[in-house]
Structures are given as C-alpha cells and as structure tokens.
Design a protein around this ligand. Structure first.
Ligand SMILES: NC(=O)c1ccc[n+]([C@@H]2O[C@H](COP(=O)([O-])OP(=O)(O)OC[C@H]3O[C@@H](n4cnc5c(N)ncnc54)[C@H](O)[C@@H]3O)[C@@H](O)[C@H]2O)c1
Length: 314
C-alpha cells in the first residue's frame, strides 16, 4: 500500500491546487505488451524519449528478435540524427537499448508501471483475457491503453474494473517515422486519463489527435472506405488498378496509389476491418464486402508480406 501511495505521489503533476484525483499522470515507466511490428516500435520511441520500458511477449525468442529489430531501427535513426557526431549516436543507441528490458510474464511486471500499452494480435477475446488478468496486478493509478486498429475500445475496457483509466492509443506503422497518434476516449475514459495520454504522446514527439470510440477512429474510417471504393471501381471494370494508382498519385498527390497501399498494409488486415464493420452495420453501403479482396485473402495472397496481393513482388 505504501508503495502504491509513493508511486501515485511521484506520478501526479505537482502544479495547481486541484485535488490529486484530477491531476494528470506523468508517465515515466511504460509496459508494452506484444513485441511485434507495432509493439517494438512503441517500445523504441518510448525508450528513445527517456522512458523506462518493459517489452512483453510470449517467448524469449520473439523478444530477442524484437530487440534486434529495435537496435537496427535505432542505428538508422541515429545515423540521421547524429550525422555530425557518430559517437553521440552510439551513446544514444546504447542508452535507449539499456532502457528497454524484456519479460514473458506481463502480470509480474505491471505492478510498478504508469502505463500499459497493449499491441498483441487483433483478437477481442485475447485482449480481454490479457487486460482482465493485468487489472488484478497493476497499480491503482496505472493507465491501460490498446493500440487496436479496428476493435471497439469500450469492449476491451469492459474486461477491467478501470474503465476510467482505459483509452485507445493508436499508433501508425512504422511507429518511429509516423508522427500521428489517435487518442481514443470512451464514454468512461476520465479527462485525467485522456490528458495524461495526450501528454505522453507529445513526449514521444508525436502529434496526438482525439477521437470518440467509433469504427476506424479518424484515419481508418476515411482511408478504408477509400481503399474499398478503389477496389469496387476496378471490380466494375471502370479502370485498371495500374491507372487508378497512377491517377491518385499524380492527380491527388498521394505518395502511393490505393492498390499499392492495400498491398503494403496487408489485404488480410483490410478484410478483417471490413468484416468487423459489416458485422456492426450490414446495411451501410461503405461496409460491403468485396469479392476480389475476399478471393485474394482466401488464396493467402496478403500483399507485400506474402509476395503477392493485387501486385506481384519479385
Ligand atoms: N500493423 C499495423 O500496421 C498496425 C497499425 C496500427 C495498429 N495495429 C494494431 O496493433 C496490434 C498489433 O499489431 P502488429 O501488427 O504489431 O501485430 P504482430 O502480429 O506483428 O505482433 C503481435 C505480437 O503480440 C504477441 N502476442 C500475442 N498474444 C500475446 C499475449 N497474450 N501476450 C504477449 N504477447 C502476445 C505476438 O507473439 C506478436 O509478437 C493489433 O491490435 C493491430 O490491430 C497494427
């Protein structure tokens, strides 16, 4: 109890005369659950910004791979950032890496963390099981956040007893390069939790934006229907996928055409999001499934990561 009180005192901001419960949590210690593509990136940027990070995954092998990936990414960052001073760059890499420890037991490490960021597989049951367990072990003040792209934050938060200290924190891939973070507030998220996460995002050098707990939040709610419209345009035979890609690059100034982007994101991911939205509202014309997308996914052609999607790679 004394530890929890000390921890809480350390974490609340010291200014203002407002009551302690209204004060923001200053996040210093972060636990990132899931050391895949997103989790490794989140751990990297949090550590590079001076936080103490514990990265959790299922096996030591996965964690060793994650740490190796983080080191390679940090070396790239430091080459640019410290072009004039390679020694300072090496020190930055070493210092950042030394701020990241790893564990295969989330429950054993969350007792002293200010923030848990979950980036495990996109599966509601698994996320619920994880958070329900962590809720029993985490300190009272600890904020829980999910990096989910397509699940409702409220339905994840409901597995816990801390819905007021639960929000969405949606990073973008690749995390070290992409500046945006969507901070998702459910009807139960407290203002203090929301503001603490906005401050945390800014401390990472990101630009936070706020959105309610609605399907796709901001970016995916606009991006996914656009990508699906491109597929439908092609399915109707109105234009070739090559011409659609060129048109959006040269006519709209987009860095990638929709089919290139679909292959980059992963066709399985886009189908998963569409299936979820279709389940939510089967009548919405924007949420209708696409035969050609479904066919490619059934053939395990997921895009760049499998070597074939709308285009072939190599
Ligand atoms: N990939 C993207 O572009 C992207 C972008 C934004 C958000 N997201 C979201 O981020 C989350 C993770 O996506 P990703 O692409 O990093 O996935 P990923 O498959 O690369 O990584 C998931 C990791 O979680 C680990 N894991 C699974 N269950 C676990 C558990 N119970 N405890 C600890 N570790 C566990 C897996 O071993 C794996 O290493 C998903 O919710 C996804 O929707 C992904």
């Amino acid at each position: 109890m004394a530890f929890v009180t000390r921890q809480f005192m350390r974490c609340v901001s010291s200014s203002s005369t407002a009551s302690a419960t209204a004060k923001k949590i200053i996040v210093k210690h972060v636990t990132v659950i899931g050391g895949g593509l997103m989790g490794a990136g989140i751990a990297q940027v949090a550590a590079a910004a001076g936080h103490t990070v514990v990265l959790v995954d299922q096996t030591d092998d996965i964690l060793a791979k994650s740490k190796k990936g983080i080191e390679e990414s940090l070396r790239k960052v430091s080459k640019k950032k410290f072009a004039e001073n390679p020694q300072a760059g090496d020190e930055f890499v070493e210092k950042t890496l030394s701020s990241i420890s790893t564990s295969t037991d989330a429950a054993a490490v969350v007792h002293s963390t200010d923030l848990v960021v979950e980036a495990i597989v996109e599966n509601l049951k698994m996320k619920n099981e994880l958070f329900k367990r962590l809720d029993k072990f985490a300190a009272e003040h600890t904020i829980f956040a999910s990096n989910t792209s397509s699940l409702q934050i409220t339905s994840i938060a409901n597995a816990t007893t801390r819905q007021d200290r639960f929000a969405g924190l949606h990073f973008f891939n690749p995390v070290p390069l992409m500046k945006l973070v969507e901070v998702i507030k459910t009807p139960m998220t407290s203002q203090k939790t929301f503001e603490s996460l906005v401050d945390f995002s800014k401390a990472l050098g990101k630009h936070p934006v706020s959105c309610k707990d609605t399907p796709g939040f901001i970016v995916n709610r606009l991006l996914v229907p656009y990508l699906m419209e491109a597929i439908r345009l092609h399915e109707r035979g109105d234009a070739s996928k090559e011409d659609i890609d060129i048109a959006m690059k040269l006519g709209a100034g987009y860095p990638m055409g929709p089919f290139e982007l679909l292959d980059y994101v992963g066709l399985d991911t886009t189908k998963f999001i569409m299936d979820g939205w279709h389940e939510l509202d089967a009548k919405d014309p924007l949420f209708q499934p696409s035969p050609s997308l479904n066919k490619l996914v059934a053939e395990k052609k997921f895009g760049k990561k499998t070597g074939e999607g709308f285009y072939k790679y190599k």
